[in-house]
Design a protein. Sequence first.
Length: 487
Amino acid sequence: MTNNTAKTGAAYIRVSTDKQEELSPDAQKRLILQYAKTHNILISPENIYFEKGISGRSVSKRPAFQTMIAKAKSKEHPFDVILVWKFSRFARNQEESIVYKSMLQRDHVEVVSISEPVIEGPFGSLIERIIEWMDEYYSIRLSGEVLRGMTEKALRGGYQAVPPYGYTYTGKFPPEVNPSQAAVVQHIYGDFLSGKTYTAIARELNTLGICTAKGNPFEPRTIKYILENPFYCGKIRWNYTKHGGERKSPENWIITEGSHEALVSESEWLSAQARIEKGSFPGRPRDVKSCRHWLSGILKCSSCGASLGFNSRGGYFQCWKYCKGKCSISHSVSVKIIESNVIAGLKASVLSHDMKYNLPQKQNQNDFKDELHLLNKQYKKLLEKEQRIQDAYENGIDTLEEYSVKKTRIHGEKKSLEEKIHSLPSPPVSPGSYMETKKTYDSLYAAEILARPDIDYEKKGTALRSVVQKIVYDKEKEQLDFFFFLE
């Protein structure tokens, strides 16, 4: 390049993510400006582009590069030449390098490496292609070496990422347990294994003011990630996802034993995976906290059996499969009409003398008493533990946050035991007395709760779910069929 005619130029400065020997951004800038001055090229400050800690393998992931290219191709034609310390700073992918250089040449913009001068003409272009090919080869080889090194480290149980919620990195591995966060993780597993949904767990934590490690509210996907991560049962998982978060095929995963302290047992983690794989517990409607209406998850389509989704804007229910074109019969019904009919139908059903039901399997009376005694004993211990943490808070031993976390965990354990107690098969009783209890108390009480406008939808949904498994709506027959729990 001759230095007789002044040209306008731009400087592109990039430092890679890999740990290679290269000039610092300041050194690259200094050498480029020095070269520009020597070769009569004027570079204004706004035409100096920095890219720090970004790989050169793909230009699509370099915002400063894209801004520079767009400006170079603009009608204003702000510069005639782009100066780089080495061609590898411009691009390490030879195909992309050729494409962008050709694109720039059409707009009369040249790319010059200040440390790799090439002669003009065909021979010079050949040398430039050879340099670019060597840069790309080095990048691919370096990437392969890094990947092999990380794989070996993972197979040896090495830590290669920031520890998840529940742990604290203190500058060395293994990470230490964060007591308050660890209690939350254990509470999440307890609630999930007792039947709660991702959404219900997230809502409960957010209500208590508990945040993620970054200070954000919990989301259902956050809960699911915690439940799926084997780190919590003492293992290390690597090569699990691609760049962008897409999950890789399981045969590519590397799972090894870690040296950190586990927060849950391996059996608890495996039980959580089994429930995640299963999707949900059959026969039980969704937790009302994850629903938008107290009938959501309970009201079913008579044609395909799918749930009727609640449209809050339109004020109606409709089969979600019908909306997706998977069900041929519409079951659209006004929310006001279905609410009043459900309340009336619930009362009529429980007072009907011809209602059909199935009694649970009976078991030996002594076995029933022994199991109930054991569960009640465990429940009593939880009550004592609950009193101790309350005393610790009132005496200033625990902070409010510590008290909230412990209370939440114990509440989850209590609820789990309560569900086990209530799910025990009933001791031998006559069908008449068992049925009479369900008719005259639980169901009528639920109907009374549903009819009261001063009670919120969560309490209504909880009351309905305590007695009703599902309600099938047949629009053509204008009929509601109630399916009750008798356990």
